[in-house]
Design a binder for this molecule. Structure first.
Ligand code: FAD
Ligand code: AMP
Length: 485
């Protein structure tokens, strides 16, 4: 085994947690290496992790393409636009998605070069005494040492025994980004964020989609007002979401192009089965900690297999950190990246701390669903007194002009201080609108602060403004429920 150079910082994994940590560490003048094992079709190292290769970016590319198709098909006519000869070229759609992915992953290589991050290709394993062993694709091993190590190895899809993956018939989220044709009947196991987004892509392109969800509640982490409205909206769009439905088995039947998958599940009626042309298994993701830590590395996992860290992402070994999907907290790219930045800066002697209470969540369906902070049900359970302001997009001039009147903005503020505690949105551009309230919360704003802010007219943002006004019963463009003056 070759023993090579020492770095001030070694980052394991080049997803949004790792590559961002590496760039920030290098910016701060630290001699930094980033190790990544992802191989592209030509045997070359591919940076960007789940997010860029098979996650956030490709799924959004397909969501945007399929949304344009569905909009042209169903919603253009109201504007007086006819589109009779509409068709969808799936291979072109996939080609566009792949091009965006290559552009972005290639862009990270460029950023590494520009910032002086050493890129190392291979699978890393953390040994004792801050030694990292890297095995390259040919099997050659090399060892590096570091003053500080940041583990950012990410996560992979969970598979469940009743639905083992089979070729391109029973697939995980990665396979669902690659369907070469539109399945007529598509089953999705799991009504989480990823299942809903991927189900929406193929439903818009013509699949008849059934989502099988074990839980009785739909989107239990979302505010109840929003999850109810979302369920209703998806149903109208033709997504058949079966709650309280646990998949217990599956079997691929038929031959060649005629293969189908028979899915067995239990619901309130007992045992049932359904036949699908394809099945997507979206039952969550798990931390990727296999072959990553030697037993004497000193780094420990928690009971669910995540690397155990504190609020500053420190493991139990001094100078070894872990960030992103491989540690506790929401499995989100922006959370991962901010942890990467926090750790790089702490290594350089700064003292930033992520505000874990203020991380936005988004579901990129149409309309989008987005939220931040506390839900009404959480505040009720905690016995906090609060006021709520709701404003519907149907009362917004701009939303009407855009033919996007489904949904609402809901803002919750603490009763006594009026400090904003949460914002919950279903509606057009919800992801971008919620960010305004994320900023407000970060600055400790009250709903009155937002209410006193000037918003351009006519914009979708005015719906945020009116919801803030509604918290104290001052909304202008809807009748208010009686509240304090
Ligand atoms: P990853 O992105 O998983 O990166 C980890 C990297 O480490 C990988 O490249 C892996 O190859 C590498 N690695 C692992 N082990 C080793 C090793 N031993 N040696 C060397 N390298 C190693 N999040 C959002 O915020 N918004 C979205 O819209 C969104 N959409 C998603 C859609 C889909 C379909 C999926 C699957 C996920 C989506 N996510 C989204 C989640 C997001 O992708 C993850 O939260 C994010 O990628 C986590 O970043 P990470 O750097 O921690 O891990
Ligand atoms: P998430 O973890 O948010 O990505 O969502 C995954 C969803 O899959 C959760 O809501 C789980 O309840 C659901 N799920 C897990 N196993 C099954 C199963 N066997 N049948 C149906 N749904 C499942």
């Amino acid at each position: 085994i070759l023993m090579s150079e020492n770095f001030q910082v070694i980052v394991i994994g080049a997803g949004p947690a790792g590559y961002v940590a590496a760039i920030r560490a290098a910016q701060l003048g630290l001699k930094t290496a980033c190790i990544e094992k992802w191989i592209d079709d030509n045997g070359k190292c591919k940076l960007g992790g789940t997010c860029l290769n098979v996650g956030c970016i490709p799924s959004k590319a397909l969501l945007d393409s399929s949304h344009k198709f569905a909009e042209a098909k169903h919603d253009f006519s109201i504007h007086g636009i006819s589109s009779n000869d509409l068709s969808m070229d799936i291979s072109k759609m996939l080609e566009r998605k792949n091009k965006i992915v290559s552009q972005l992953t290639g862009g990270i290589s460029g950023l590494f070069k520009a910032n002086g991050v050493h890129s190392i290709f291979g699978a890393a394993k953390l040994l004792a005494n801050k030694i990292v062993e890297v095995t390259d694709p040919s099997g050659k091993k090399e060892q590096y040492t570091a003053d500080h190590i940041i583990i950012a190895a990410g996560s992979v899809p969970i598979t469940i025994p009743p639905a083992p993956l089979v070729d391109d018939i029973v697939v995980d989220s990665t396979g669902a980004l690659e369907f070469k044709s539109v399945p007529q009947k598509l089953g999705v196991i799991g009504a989480g964020v990823i299942g809903l987004e991927l189900g929406s892509v193929w439903a818009r392109l013509g699949s008849q989609v059934t989502v099988l969800e074990a839980l009785d509640d739909f989107l239990p982490a979302a505010d109840l007002t929003i999850s109810k409205e979302t369920f209703k909206t998806f149903k109208k769009q033709g997504l058949d979401i079966k709650l309280g439905t646990r998949v217990t088995g599956s079997e691929v039947i038929g031959e060649g192009d005629n293969r189908q998958v028979k899915v067995e599940f239990t619901d309130s009626n007992g045992k049932t089965e359904m036949l699908f042309d394809r099945l997507i298994v979206c039952v969550g993701r798990r931390p990727l900690s296999e072959n990553l830590l030697s037993p004497d590395s000193g780094v420990n996992l928690d009971e669910r297999g995540f690397i155990f860290v504190n609020e500053q992402c420190e493991t139990e070994v001094r100078d070894i950190y872990a960030v992103g999907d491989i540690v506790r907290g929401p499995m989100l790219a922006h959370k991962a990246s901010e942890e990467g930045v926090m750790v790089a800066e702490r290594i350089a002697g700064k003292k930033p701390q992520i505000n874990y209470e203020n991380i936005p969540n988004v579901i990129y369906t149409h309309p989008e669903i987005a939220w931040v902070g506390k839900t009404e049900q959480e505040l009720k359970a905690a016995g906090t007194d609060y006021n709520v302001g709701i404003f519907p997009f149907s009362a917004s001039g701009r939303a009407m002009a855009a033919n996007e009147t489904t949904g609402m903005v809901k803002i919750i503020a603490e009763a006594k201080s009026d400090r904003i505690l949460g914002c919950h949105i279903i509606g057009p551009s919800a992801a971008d609108l919620v960010q305004q309230v994320v900023i407000a919360i970060e600055f400790g704003a009250s709903s009155e602060d937002l209410a006193l802010t000037v918003f351009s007219h006519p914009t979708l943002s005015e719906v945020v403004h009116e919801a803030a006004l509604a918290v104290s019963g001052h909304a202008i463009h809807i009748p208010n429920k009686p509240k304090r003056s």
